[in-house]
Each structure stands twice: as structure tokens, then as C-alpha cells.
Design a protein around this ligand. Structure first.
Ligand code: BES
Ligand code: MN
Ligand code: ZN
Length: 495
């Protein structure tokens, strides 16, 4: 999909379809007003007759119009003009992209962000246009014997009203394209079945990405390497699995040696049965998505590479299956983590924290300025905040603040939850330094508190994406979140 930025008089532009906002109010104003005048008030008639609605996301495709060079007009309800903000722009773009793709239109020009959008710049308006349009048209059909009816290549031009704004809008488009690439990668990896998307597959995909991306290197640690490093917590999770575990290290070096290094850590459980503490059957199929943290991190590395960011970013991905079996770890087993701390395994289904803790310890060799881990870690996080926000836990107020704001700007929001030491009380153990699982109440904070014991004083944030990494039912599939939030955070760090 391409997104050229257009400037110039709207009503004299040649396009297959001009996408126009319809705001509440008696008079059609702004760019839609200009079109209305050019087509001799036919648009106001359509609104008056009730054919076109101002309700957000309602669309009407108008053909056979004279007076403008555009072949068709797509009227998109946008609600009250004074309420039109980034979120509403994104909803309007979604509706328009679906309509255009249904109608088989191959080329269109969007005027939805031509007038001001409350609170955002031209840069964000274009970036969000690209991200939203690409995201809503995403299909996963690589496993179907016959491909789904493909949304054919669409060229969606973005019209801006001032020449000086074109450059900003073009930057938004190029960042939007990179973020979309990252999201598509994250979604493809998440959607692939676990018999295909194994730890080895994640390793191979990461290697392939490095081969085709400047400044990106990948190395893969084997189980033998993990043993030498003393990653006893990670290895305890993979014991029941025949599929070999992999520890993926991706190094993106866009800056100099002197610049800061950021570490991203992604949970890569390619299937979570729960292990000996076996999960009940309902919805167990969804545990193929338990590697969405890893997928997010790989997608983010791809996006950084596409932009050729000037940051130094390391991705660490512990990847394995969590399976039961005669060799599997038992509840009450005690393992030694790479940090030296010993852990009593109370519940083998609390495996995410066990693979992540060794990755967090491994991170210290990079002397990072900050660490962010991303994981589908707890059902408790979903109970707490549902499917809208990422759960954010951190030992650092500034980092939290920056991530929350990145989430707001990118429409990929996170909400901060507590990780105070008191949440560690229920994981005390009579036998080891502590246990891997404790009380049910506050489970997301308990898991985060467990992880905090492996980062020392390094600024760290943990993103629990159990509620937002995938959708269920009819829309079942990976979302590609929180790639937009992470990329927004990284783009604002320096670029
Ligand atoms: N991958 C799951 C978390 C999960 C469950 C994410 C359902 C999304 C939907 C994780 O490994 C897990 O099983 N967590 C347990 C922890 C408990 C045993 C302390 C949970 O949340 O029940
Ligand atoms: Mn589990
Ligand atoms: Zn899990």
C-alpha cells in the first residue's frame, strides 16, 4: 500500500475516490463544503434526505457526480467537528478503508485530516492514517488452501491543506509504514499455528530479518548455551517439551558505542499448556498467542530497521514450549535462576516469569539505560483492566510517564498498575528464596513484583499484554499491539 501526500486545490484533483468528512451542523463547511459547491449542492441534498449520516463511521459512496474530476466521493460521518480528534480520525479512516476495499476501489484521496484534527499535528494525522488503513485491511490467509479475496493494492493519497505541512506529513507516512510493517510481522507470527511457529521458527525469522536489515544482527543461543550461562529458570520451563528452546538475541546498532542501549525483552512461549499444572481445555487454543510479547519485540526491531533509527536497541527473546510430560518440571521443584536466586515452582503455569527472569538477568551485560519487557503474563491483568489497556508496571516514574504518553499519542494505550514490595509477600517460600506463584488477588502485580527482583536499579517497565495482544471470537487474531506504543516511545527517545 502506498500513501502519497497531496497538496493543491481539492476540487480540481483527479482521483478515483475523494474521501470527505461529514460533520454535524446545518451547513457543510471546509473541504467538503468546497466539493458541495462544485457539485451544485448535491451533497447537502444527500444529507438533508437522510442518505448521508454525520454519525461517526457511517459512510455513503456517491457516484455519477458532475462538477469535480473525482470519479466518486465517499462521505464519512465524523460527528461533531469540535470533537474530532485522533481517535475519531482513526475510526473514520477504518470505516473508509473498509468501504473502499469492499467497493474494489484501487486509488483514493483522503481529506479526513484536511481540516484540523484536535490535538494532533499533520505528522500524527498522516501516521495514524497509514497505521489504521493498513491495520484494518490486514488479512492472515497463508494457511488457507485458497487465499482469501485479497484487498488489492490500494493507493491512498493523503491531502494536506498547506504546502509547508507536506514534509511533516511525509515523515508521518514513512513512520506509519514502518510501524505497520512491525505490526504485520507481529500479527503474522502471533497468528501462525504452534506446530509451525516453534521456538526454532522464531529464531529463523529473526535471523532472516537481520539478513535483510542494515545494522541488525541476530544470534541464537542453544539449550547448551543456556545451561552454561546458568539459566535454570528458563530451562525448567522447556523440560517437558521435545521442541528445542531458543534464546534469541537481536542487536540493532543505529548509534555509536557511547550512546545509550535500550533492551527489549519478549515472552516467547510458543504454546502454553500450563505444563503439569495443566490448563483446562476451554480456550486453550488461544495459548498459541503466548509468544505475542516476542512477536511485538521482533516487529519493533523490524520497524526500527526500516526507519534506520539512530538508537541502539537489543531484543532478548527466551522462546520455548510449556508442555507436560514425564520429564516436565513438577510443582515443588526448586530451580536456580541465572541471577543465583532460587525459585520454588508452585505452579508450572506461571512459566512466563521464569523464562523472563533469566532474560532480564542476561540484559545486564549490555549495561542498558532501560529495560522494557513485553509479555502475555497474567490472566489477572485481563480481569483487572480488560481488553483496552496494556498493563504497565515500572520501578521508574519517568519511564512510566514516557510510555503512558507514547500510548496516548499512538492510540495504543497503557495504564500503570502498582508493583510495590508488599505484592511480594505471597511468593515467600519456606524452601527456596521465593516461589513463582502466590495469591490470586492482585496476580498481575505479584508477577511484576517477581520480575522486579531481576532488574536491580536499572529503570525497567513490564508490559502485561495478556488482554490486548489478540482478539477472540469472530475477530480472532493477533492485534500487533503494543508495537505502536513502543515505536512511539523509541521515536521520541531520539532518532
Ligand atoms: N500465558 C498465561 C497468561 C494468560 C492467560 C494470558 C490467559 C492470556 C489469557 C500465563 O502463563 C499463565 O498461565 N498465568 C497464570 C499465572 C498463575 C498460575 C499464577 C494465570 O494468569 O492464571
Ligand atoms: Mn502459563
Ligand atoms: Zn503463559
Amino acid at each position: 500500500m502506498e500513501f502519497p501526500v497531496r497538496i493543491g486545490a481539492p476540487t480540481s484533483q483527479k482521483t478515483s475516490c475523494a474521501i470527505l468528512p461529514i460533520f454535524e451542523g446545518r451547513k457543510i463547511k471546509g473541504v467538503t463544503g468546497e466539493f458541495n459547491t462544485a457539485v451544485k449542492n448535491q451533497l447537502s441534498q444527500l444529507i438533508r434526505s437522510g442518505s448521508s449520516s454525520t454519525k461517526l463511521g457511517q459512510t455513503l459512496l456517491v457516484t455519477q457526480l458532475e462538477g469535480v474530476p473525482a470519479d466518486k466521493l465517499l462521505l464519512v460521518g465524523c460527528g461533531k467537528e469540535s470533537d474530532f480528534n485522533a481517535k475519531r480520525l482513526s475510526l473514520a479512516i477504518s470505516a473508509a478503508a473498509i468501504e473502499i476495499s469492499k467497493a474494489g476501489i484501487r486509488e483514493a484521496t483522503s481529506y479526513l485530516a484536511y481540516g484540523p484534527v484536535q490535538g494532533i499535528s499533520e505528522y500524527y494525522a498522516s501516521r495514524l492514517t497509514v497505521e489504521t488503513a493498513k491495520s484494518v485491511l490486514y488479512r492472515f490467509d497463508e494457511m488457507k488452501s485458497r487465499p482469501l479475496t485479497k484487498s488489492r493494492a490500494l493507493r491512498l493519497a493523503i491531502a494536506v491543506n498547506r504546502r509547508e505541512k507536506a514534509k511533516e506529513a511525509r515523515l508521518g507516512v514513512s513512520h506509519g509504514q514502518a510501524i505497520s510493517l512491525g505490526m504485520d510481522i507481529a500479527r503474522d507470527l502471533g497468528n501462525r499455528p504452534p506446530n509451525l511457529c516453534t521456538p526454532t521458527h522464531l529464531a529463523n525469522e529473526s535471523k532472516e530479518l537481520a539478513r535483510t536489515t542494515k545494522n541488525l544482527k541476530t544470534k541464537i543461543l542453544s539449550e547448551q548455551d543456556m545451561k552454561s550461562l546458568g539459566m535454570g529458570a528458563l530451562l525448567s520451563v522447556t523440560r517437558g517439551a521435545k521442541e528445542p528452546a531458543k534464546f534469541i538475541v537481536m542487536e540493532y546498532q543505529g548509534g555509536t558505542e557511547k550512546d545509550e542501549t535500550i533492551v527489549l525483552c519478549g515472552k516467547g512461549i510458543t504454546f502454553d499448556t500450563g505444563g503439569i499444572s495443566l490448563k483446562p481445555p476451554p480456550k486453550m487454543d488461544e495459548m498459541k498467542f503466548d509468544m505475542c510479547g516476542a512477536a511485538t519485540v521482533i516487529g519493533t526491531m523490524a520497524a526500527l530497521g526500516k526507519i534506520q533509527s539512530s538508537l541502539n536497541v537489543i531484543a532478548l527473546i527466551p522462546a520455548c514450549e510449556n508442555m507436560p510430560g514425564s520429564e516436565a518440571t513438577r510443582p515443588s521443584d526448586i530451580v536456580k535462576s541465572m541471577s543465583g536466586q532460587t525459585i520454588e515452582i508452585i505452579n508450572t503455569d506461571a512459566e512466563g516469569r521464569l523464562i523472563l527472569c533469566d532474560a532480564l538477568t542476561y540484559a545486564s551485560r549490555y549495561n542498558p539505560s532501560l529495560i522494557i519487557d513485553v509479555a502475555t503474563l497474567t490472566g489477572a491483568c485481563v480481569i483487572a483492566i480488560g481488553h483496552v489497556y496494556t498493563g504497565l508496571f515500572s520501578n521508574n516514574d519517568e519511564l512510566s510517564y514516557d510510555l503512558v504518553n507514547a500510548g496516548k499519542r499512538s492510540l495504543d494505550p497503557a495504564w500503570r498498575l502498582p508493583v510495590d514490595d508488599e505484592y511480594g509477600e505471597s511468593i515467600e517460600s519456606n524452601f527456596a528464596d521465593f516461589a513463582n506463584s502466590g495469591a490470586r488477588e492482585g496476580g498481575a502485580s505479584i508477577a511484576a513484583q517477581f520480575l522486579s527482583r531481576f532488574v536491580g536499579k536499572t529503570p525497567w517497565a513490564h508490559l502485561d499484554i495478556a488482554g490486548i495482544a489478540w482478539k477472540t471470537n469472530r475477530e480472532k487474531g493477533a492485534t500487533g499491539r503494543p508495537v505502536p506504543m513502543l515505536m512511539d516511545f523509541l521515536l521520541n527517545r531520539k532518532n
